[in-house]
Each structure stands twice: as C-alpha cells, then as structure tokens.
Design a binder for this molecule. Structure first.
Ligand code: NAD
Length: 315
C-alpha cells in the first residue's frame, strides 16, 4: 500500500455492501478494498469479492479483527443492520479505525454530505442516515435555507426486490432515524418519514415525495432556485438524482387554512417536491437508486475523510 492509498473494509455482503464494494473497486480515488466481511459464506457478495481478489471472511467482525493487516485499515463501512452495528461499534471503537455506519443505528452524528459533512469530518463514528434520508434531507435543507420549514414529511418508495433482509429488519429504525434527520440536518421543526416497499414487477425506480410546510409568505422563485442548486450538488455523486416535475406550491390563507391534527390550523405554503433516483446499476439494475443514493453518499464521505486524514499526516 502506498501513502496515497486509504485502505477500507466493508462489513455486510448484501445489497448495500456489495454495491459499495463494486463502486470502490471501480477506483477513482484513494480508497482500496482491504476486506469484505459477512456471516453467510455462500453470499453472492463474498463470492464476487473473492473473484475480484478482495480478502474476505465469513466470521463477522471477529474475522475482520483477526485478519493480518487489520492495523492497516483506516475506515470500516458497516452495511449489516442497526442491531448488528451496535455490536460492531463495541468491537471497533477501541481500535482507532474510523467507522461509517450505513445502517439506521444512529450511534454517531448524521452525515448528509451536501449539507453537513464538514461539521463532522473528525467523528469516529458517522451515521449515513437512510436511503430516504439521503434523498430527501437535502431538499428540506434547501427549502429551509430560504424559508423556515415548520414541518417536513417524506415518503420514499423503493422496489421490494432491492430491500434485503437487513433493510426489512430496519423499517422502524428507517422511519425514526429519517424523521430525526429531517429536523437535525434538514432544519425542519417537526418531521415524519414513511417508507413503501413496492412489490411491482418489473421493479419501480426509487421515488421520493417531500412535503415542506412554510409558514406565512414565501418567495416561490427563491425556493425553486435553492432546490435546483441542491439537486445539482447531489448529482455530483448520484447523476440519476432528479426532479420528476417542477416543485408544486399550494397556499393556505386564513380563509382556507390547512388543518393539521397535531398542531391545528396552518397558514402558509406547502412545497411538494417529487424526486426520482435512477441508480448506476453497479450491482442491482438501475431501478435500485436507493442503493446508489446511500453508497454514493458514503463513498463521497469516505473520500473526504481520506483526503482530510492524509492532509493531517502531511502526505
Ligand atoms: N437496501 C437499501 O435500499 C438500503 C439503503 C440504505 C441503507 N440500507 C441499510 O443497509 C443495511 C443493509 O441493507 P441491505 O438491503 O443491504 O440488506 P442485506 O440483507 O441485503 O445485507 C445485509 C448483509 O449483512 C450480513 N450480516 C448481517 N449481520 C451481520 C454481522 N453481524 N456481521 C457481518 N455480516 C452481517 C448479512 O448476511 C447480509 O449479507 C440495513 O441496515 C438497511 O437499513 C439499505
């Protein structure tokens, strides 16, 4: 390994872990694949890693810690499940290795790279929220930058085929972690998240609906411009991220307020943004933009961490 390389390992050889590995193997940065770790020796992800010459272990995090050269690994991605991540963090936290958590365990602070990466670049454990969070939090942040968002609600629809057992075990964590990130990172005062696993065949492309309530008057042109600028930034790592149609604005005046069960009458504007995320088809076909929005965000974050760490040691 040269001083220009930054060795990483992935725990979890399912949909997310395998897609991320294929992106790292494609190159284009300092990251090198030091290991793919699973618990299922027959998994497609481990077989692909072996064919690509990537060291593997089916012994979970213990297998990773026992690998010769573990001390050369600078960062570990966790793509297993929220429950498993709690144990993995316990095992890794004292080793000094950086951890990027792609499950919704939310142990470390949330990272949505286009919104807040610089705030947390030195955190030992960073949480990448959820696929729905990576797709929608940037829009809430974009609206909130120009018109305070009192409530954000999002619906992410993904194809059933792209949701592995790890994702299915984490539906509650998805809704809780995403809703929290809409507030903590997006800036909304309140948030709610819904996920739909759509069994349609052929599978549907990832779609996201983002509702933002903005109290009082707002300048629609300014909001549209802020959303457009944010979409361009996300496209920097997910080219298939786009508006399905122009943002919609619906105004509720004092004569016709919107009734919200929890808070009562709302007077202001509802901004509705409809997004589609087409994937790069590195592992699953292009409908699974939900893989790409997560793995590309994690990859962009890891590359920034690598550059930051390398600057620190002066390489
Ligand atoms: N699929 C998506 O669209 C998506 C998007 C963003 C985030 N996520 C999150 O990523 C995680 C993985 O989702 P997935 O769809 O890839 O699930 P998956 O079931 O396809 O993959 C999980 C993998 O982790 C392995 N694993 C489980 N426990 C392990 C352990 N203790 N040690 C090592 N390996 C272990 C499993 O054998 C499996 O190969 C979930 O937490 C999910 O919420 C999924």
């Amino acid at each position: 390994m040269t001083s220009q390389q930054f060795a990483v390992a992935i725990i979890g050889s399912g949909n997310i872990g395998t897609d991320l590995m294929l992106k790292i193997l494609r190159g284009g940065g300092p990251l090198t694949m030091a290991a793919l770790i699973g618990i299922d020796p027959t998994s497609d992800g481990l077989a692909r890693a072996q064919r690509a010459g990537v060291p593997t272990s089916a012994q979970g995090v213990d297998g990773l810690l026992a690998m010769p050269g573990f001390d050369q690994i600078r960062l570990v991605f966790d793509a297993t499940s929220a429950e498993a991540h709690v144990k993995h963090w316990e095992a890794l936290r004292h080793t000094g290795v950086r951890v990027l958590d792609l499950t919704p365990a939310a142990i470390g602070p949330f990272c949505v790279p286009v919104v807040n990466l610089e705030d947390h670049i030195d955190e030992p454990n960073l949480n990448m929220v959820t696929c729905g969070g990576q797709a929608t939090v940037p829009i809430v942040a974009a609206v909130n930058q120009v018109a305070p968002v009192s409530y954000a609600e999002i619906v992410s629809a993904i194809s059933s085929k792209s949701a592995g057992p790890g994702t299915r075990a984490n539906i509650d964590e998805f809704t809780e972690t995403t809703a929290t990130a809409l507030k903590v990172v997006g800036g909304a005062q309140r948030g709610k998240a819904v996920i739909v696993l759509n069994p349609a065949d052929p599978p549907v492309i990832m779609r996201n609906t983002v509702y933002c309530l903005v109290e009082g008057d707002c300048d629609q042109t300014v909001i549209e411009a802020s959303i457009a600028a944010m979409i361009e930034r996300v496209q920097g790592y997910v080219p298939g991220y786009r508006l399905k149609q122009p943002a919609q604005f619906e105004t509720f005046g004092p004569e016709k307020p919107l009734h919200i069960p929890e808070t009562g009458k709302f007077i202001g504007t509802r901004v509705t943004t409809l997004l589609q995320v087409t994937g790069a088809a590195d592992y699953l076909p292009a409908y699974a933009g939900n893989l790409d929005i997560m793995t590309s965000a994690a990859l962009a974050t890891a590359k920034s961490i690598a550059a930051h760490e390398m600057t620190k040691v002066g390489v």
